[in-house]
Write a protein that binds this ligand. Structure first.
Ligand code: ZN
Length: 268
């Protein structure tokens, strides 16, 4: 199904950051897809045929599942980025299970087509290289956080990540899903959430967790999320806008990258 609504490109920050000429290269190949909550975008081991861009409030998570059936989140990706095949040449097996955490519209493009476009456009290549660097930084920081920081702080890091991606204090997330993301038992997680609620950081409801005091939450959390956010701001902030990822506002995004034009000249 061809993409007939140009505005859809404005609901993902990576696509919105493209300059008009690059948008024109991608637009004919972008296909709208809608995934339900819990749907699989790709399984671990399966060929990643498409690069998928969550739009609006849609959020996907890359999960690692161990042989004993347990799982843990490695990266949470919303409308700031893309899922699958971002770095590869396309059609390589996925190392993670990509699952939809918050349902919503997405756009996707065949990985081999994107690769071809990157070959022809240095600015598209530069944008995706920068994004890949940020995604790697997020994964590396998560692995350090999981190894070094207590569950309360890991939980707060995850809630901040989701809060930034959907831009609403009401996070539509169940205890079961959050426990799976963090790789802990649900009953244990419920105790942790109660402690965070008693501290006035969050409010726990049925099927949702509300961020009550973001500032207080940041003060109580480890600095892992802040470090990743700062990296995004440094590497992609000029592209995404002054606010960087701190407050994701799709309509605030603008392209001010200083990437070289195909003829080698720099643009502001
Ligand atoms: Zn941490």
């Amino acid at each position: 199904m061809p993409l007939d609504a140009a505005a859809s490109l404005d609901t993902n920050l990576l696509l919105k950051a493209l300059r008009p000429a690059d948008r024109d290269l991608l637009r004919p190949h972008l296909e709208p897809v809608t995934y339900a909550k819990g749907a699989t975008i790709f399984e671990a081991g399966a060929a990643v045929t498409h690069v998928t861009f969550p739009c609006d409030h849609a959020v996907a998570t890359l999960l690692i599942t161990t042989s004993d059936g347990r799982s843990a989140e490695t990266a949470t990706i919303g409308h700031e980025g893309a899922v699958g095949g971002v770095v590869s040449q396309g059609h390589v097996p996925a190392s993670t299970h990509a699952v939809v955490q918050i349902a919503g519209p997405m756009l996707r493009i065949e990985a081999v087509i994107l690769q071809d476009i990157k070959r022809h456009s240095p600015t598209v290549r530069d944008l995706f290289a920068r994004y890949s660097d940020c995604l790697l930084a997020q994964v590396l920081q998560s692995s350090a956080c999981n190894a070094l920081h207590p569950i309360e702080q890991r939980c707060l890091r995850w809630l901040q990540t989701l809060h930034d991606r959907i831009g609403s204090p009401v996070l539509p997330i169940t205890h079961e899903l959050l426990a799976a993301m963090l790789g802990v038992q649900r009953t244990y997680l419920t105790r942790i959430l109660r402690t965070l609620q008693d501290q006035g950081l969050i409010k726990v409801g049925r099927g949702r967790i509300t961020v009550v005091d973001r500032q207080k939450m940041e003060a109580a959390a480890c600095d892992c999320h802040a470090r990743v956010r700062e990296h995004y701001r440094t590497v992609l902030g000029a592209i995404y806008g002054e606010g960087g990822l701190e407050r994701i506002e799709p309509h605030a995004a603008r392209f001010t990258c200083t990437a070289a034009e195909p003829d080698g000249t720099a643009r502001p």
